[in-house]
Design a protein around this ligand. Structure first.
Ligand code: HEC
Ligand code: HEC
Length: 283
C-alpha cells in the first residue's frame, strides 16, 4: 500500500515510534452460535470508487476479541438485547401500549436493520432506526422520547439488529434518498479539525494501519450497536461518529443531527453486501 502525504501526517500525529506497520484484515470466518453465518468480506458496491473489497470491522480485531462475538453467552452486548426484550413487552405512555401490542414478537422486525437509514414517505426525509423508535414512542404510545444515544435506545436498536443478523445490508441510495446520501458522501470526504483529516483519510486510505495496538478498519457500521471492551457498553453509530470526529480535534455534530443522519446513510451504503452483525464486539 502506498503512503499518501496525508497518511504520513496521520502517522506522525499519532506518534508511532517505529514507522507505519500495515496488516491485511485476517482471513477468519464468523459464525455466531455455530449457526448464523456472517458475511465479513464482499465486493465493494459499485458506487465506491477507491475500494474493491469491503470488510467488516470484525476482521481487524484480535482473535480474543473476535471470539467474544462468536457466542451469544459470551457477548456482553446480548445483555442489552435482553433489557430491550423486557422493554419491548412493557406498556408505557398514555395509550397503554407496548411495542409488542402492535408489532407482536420482536422477530417481526427481522430485515428492518438491513435497510435503515431509509426514506420515510410520511416524514419526507431519511430516518434512522432511533428516529422510528422515538416516533412510535411519542406518537403511537404517548410515551416520552428516549435520548438518541441513551442506553434504552441503544439496547432497543441492538434488539432490532439482532433479529436481522446474517442478512445483507442493503440501504437504498437512489430515488428520494439520493440527495441525503450525497450530503453524507460529501461529509465523509471533507477534512475537518486541527488534524485536517476526513473519514476517508483513515478508513479508506489507511485501513490496515496499526495505530499502537489498534488495527484501523474500514469504519463499517454493519456491526452496530457495538459492545466496546474499552468503555464496556453498547455504542450507537452516532456516538461512534462523534468520537471519531473528536479525534480529528474538530467540533462535532450532534447525535440525531441531519449531518449524522446523512453520514450514517452514506457509511451504511459502503457496507451494502456485508451482513448485519449487531450487537458486535470491538475493542
Ligand atoms: C400503536 C402501535 C405501535 C406501537 C405501540 C409501536 N409501534 Fe412501531 N410502528 C407502528 C406502525 C404502524 C409502524 C409503521 C410501519 C408499519 O406499518 O409497520 C411502525 C414502525 C416501526 C418501525 C419501523 C419499521 C419499518 O418497517 O420501517 C420500528 C423500528 C418500530 N416501529 C419500532 C417500535 C418499537 C421499538 C416500539 C416500542 C418502543 C414500537 N415500535 C411501538 C406501530 C406501533
Ligand atoms: C484519525 C483517524 C480516524 C478518522 C479521521 C476517523 N476514524 Fe473512525 N476509527 C478510527 C479508529 C482508530 C477506530 C478504531 C479501530 C477501527 O475499527 O478502525 C475507528 C473506528 C470507527 C468505526 C467503528 C468500526 C467498527 O467496526 O466498529 C466507525 C463506524 C468509524 N470509525 C467511522 C468513522 C467516520 C464516519 C469518520 C468520519 C467522520 C471517522 N471514523 C474518522 C480512526 C479514525
Amino acid at each position: 500500500m502506498q503512503l499518501k502525504a496525508k497518511t504520513i501526517g496521520l502517522v506522525t500525529t499519532l506518534s508511532i515510534a517505529c514507522g507505519p506497520v500495515w496488516a491485511d484484515p485476517d482471513t477468519d470466518q464468523l459464525t455466531i452460535n455455530g449457526d448464523i453465518t456472517i458475511i465479513t468480506e464482499a465486493a465493494a458496491p459499485s458506487h465506491m470508487e477507491y475500494i474493491d473489497t469491503i470488510y467488516s470491522g470484525w476482521r481487524f480485531r484480535s482473535d480474543e476479541t473476535q471470539a467474544v462475538q462468536m457466542d451469544d453467552f459470551d457477548n456482553p452486548g446480548m445483555l442489552g438485547v435482553e433489557n430491550a426484550l423486557a422493554a419491548w413487552d412493557t406498556e408505557e405512555g398514555s395509550e397503554g401500549k407496548s411495542c409488542a401490542s402492535c408489532h407482536g414478537a420482536a422477530e417481526s422486525l427481522a430485515g428492518i436493520r438491513a435497510v435503515y437509514p431509509k426514506w420515510n414517505e410520511a416524514k419526507g426525509m431519511v430516518t434512522t432506526l432511533e428516529m422510528e423508535v422515538n416516533n412510535c414512542r411519542e406518537t403511537r404510545m404517548g410515551a416520552e422520547k428516549w435520548k438518541y444515544t441513551g442506553g434504552d435506545m441503544t439496547d432497543m436498536v441492538a434488539l432490532i439488529s439482532s433479529v436481522s443478523r446474517g442478512m445483507p445490508v442493503n440501504v437504498a441510495i437512489d430515488g428520494p434518498a439520493q440527495s441525503t446520501w450525497e450530503a453524507g458522501k460529501e461529509l465523509y470526504y471533507t477534512r475537518t479539525g486541527q488534524l485536517e483529516l476526513s473519514c476517508a483519510n483513515c478508513h479508506e486510505d489507511s485501513y490496515g494501519l496499526m495505530i499502537r495496538a489498534d488495527h484501523l478498519s474500514q469504519g463499517q457500521i454493519n456491526g452496530f450497536p457495538t459492545y466496546r471492551l474499552k468503555n464496556t457498553k453498547l455504542n450507537s453509530v452516532h456516538a461512534r461518529f462523534k468520537g471519531c470526529v473528536r479525534d480529528t480535534r474538530a467540533e462535532t455534530f450532534a447525535p440525531g443531527s441531519p449531518e449524522f443522519i446523512a453520514l450514517e446513510l452514506y457509511v451504511a451504503s459502503r457496507g451494502n453486501g456485508l451482513s448485519v452483525e449487531g450487537p458486535s464486539v470491538r475493542n
